[in-house]
Design a protein around this ligand. Structure first.
Ligand code: SF4
Ligand code: SF4
Length: 89
């Protein structure tokens, strides 16, 4: 089973209050943009208007929080009952 097939087994319960927020004004002066490369769910993308982030679909691995050296990311686990559900059976 490859990574895409595994990701197809994952589902999410979205919260209207994102568990991760990104200060995009800080991102404007970031040249390395590690977030684009470390997120296994590709939640960070580079668009014409700059780095974009969508919290829905986050696997809650924490890689973006660790990799961002600029402090642009505010990270917490989702509230109880929300977030990722792994189905590996
Ligand atoms: S690494 Fe951090 S500061 Fe740089 S673009 Fe990504 S979130 Fe923004
Ligand atoms: S916690 Fe992991 S899956 Fe979620 S946005 Fe950050 S890097 Fe991506």
């Amino acid at each position: 089973m490859d990574i895409l097939e595994k990701l197809m087994r994952v589902y999410f319960i979205s919260d209207e209050r994102p568990h991760i927020t990104v200060n995009k004004s800080i991102c404007q002066s970031c040249s390395s943009k590690e977030c684009l490369h470390v997120c296994p769910a590709q939640r960070y993308t580079l668009e014409a208007e700059g780095v974009q982030f969508i919290a829905d679909g986050c696997l809650e691995c924490g890689a973006c929080r660790i990799s961002c050296k600029s402090g642009a990311i505010t990270w917490s686990y989702p509230r109880g009952g929300f977030g990722v559900r792994f189905r590996l059976g």
